[in-house]
Design a protein around this ligand. Structure first.
Ligand code: B1M
Length: 214
């Protein structure tokens, strides 16, 4: 099992789409637990990619290749994750705010919540404030997630929260925010419930939040 995880992490950090698909499929054929492949192979691999990027050891085209490989692997894992009895953790609407086209971190967070048993409605990138409110009204999530990677688009997060208040539905869900420029202080300032510094910790932070409210 641990050698499968190592191979997965390796193929992911190389951004090798075909190799990654092959090793994930092989691991599944060897009866690996799909959630382990996600949580102990793919996600740490993607975290390593993010770290290399921050350290200047990797460049954008390589990161995008890794993200594509991750996405290919998730196509194989997703149906198997759904088959596992992950329990019904809740429902989440997630998107990247208006004016912002970055989706890698948002999709990683979405995958983490999916892997943890959430029903995730991913509304995509560059979503106007009203789309978040519409999606919240339509899907009635327990958790609304927003991602922003630009300092110029971060303010949209606070605006969405205000729009949720105006629509009278703010207290029907918890709001979680993330993205490289986002901070705990900013989350508190705009009235978000949870700030997640990375996709890996997001699910645990949400769980802790809900437990504290129970
Ligand atoms: Co852009 N970009 N970009 N970019 N880009 C940044 C963000 C930037 C920091 C680069 C830089 O200058 N050093 C900079 C922002 C500066 C700022 O505002 N302070 C920047 C800029 C300026 C721009 C453009 C304006 C460039 C231009 O055109 N002149 C332009 C804007 C386009 C737009 O959005 N309107 C632009 C465009 C792009 C691309 C389209 C080329 C591409 C995005 C491709 C895509 O997403 N499909 C891109 C990329 C790839 C980056 C960098 C290089 C990488 C971002 C990324 O995917 N990181 C980025 C530099 C950097 O971050 N070092 C940069 C990997 C990802 C896993 O990390 O998204 O932080 P991240 O997500 C983390 C956490 O933040 C957290 O979990 C993730 C994993 O742990 N997280 C959440 C994120 N969302 C979460 C939500 C949650 C929970 C956790 O719950 C809801």
């Amino acid at each position: 099992m641990s050698s499968d995880l190592g191979k997965i992490s390796d193929a992911l950090t190389k951004g090798n789409v075909d190799e990654l698909k092959e090793v994930v499929q092989q691991a599944l054929d060897n009866d690996a637990v799909p959630a382990d492949l996600l949580n102990k192979g793919l996600l740490p691999g993607m975290e390593a990619v993010g770290q290399k990027w921050k350290n200047g050891e990797m460049f954008m085209p390589e990161v995008l290749r890794c993200a594509k490989a991750m996405s290919g692997a998730m196509d194989i894992l997703r149906p198997r994750l759904a088959k596992e009895d992950l329990g019904s953790a809740g429902k989440m609407v997630i998107g990247t705010v208006s004016g912002d086209l970055h989706d890698i971190g948002k999709d990683l967070a979405a995958m983490m919540f999916e892997g943890a048993g959430y029903e995730v409605v991913n509304i995509g990138i560059d979503q106007p404030n009203e789309k978040f409110v519409e999606a919240a009204k339509e899907h009635k999530p327990t958790l609304l997630g927003m991602s922003a990677l630009l300092t110029t688009t971060m303010p949209r997060m606070g605006e969405v929260i205000n729009s949720l208040k105006e629509a009278g539905i703010r207290d029907q869900m918890a709001v979680i925010i993330g993205g490289a420029p986002v901070t705990q202080e900013f989350a508190e300032e705009i009235g978000a419930d949870i700030y997640a510094p990375n996709a890996g910790s997001a699910v645990d932070l949400a769980r802790e939040y809900f437990e504290s409210k129970a």
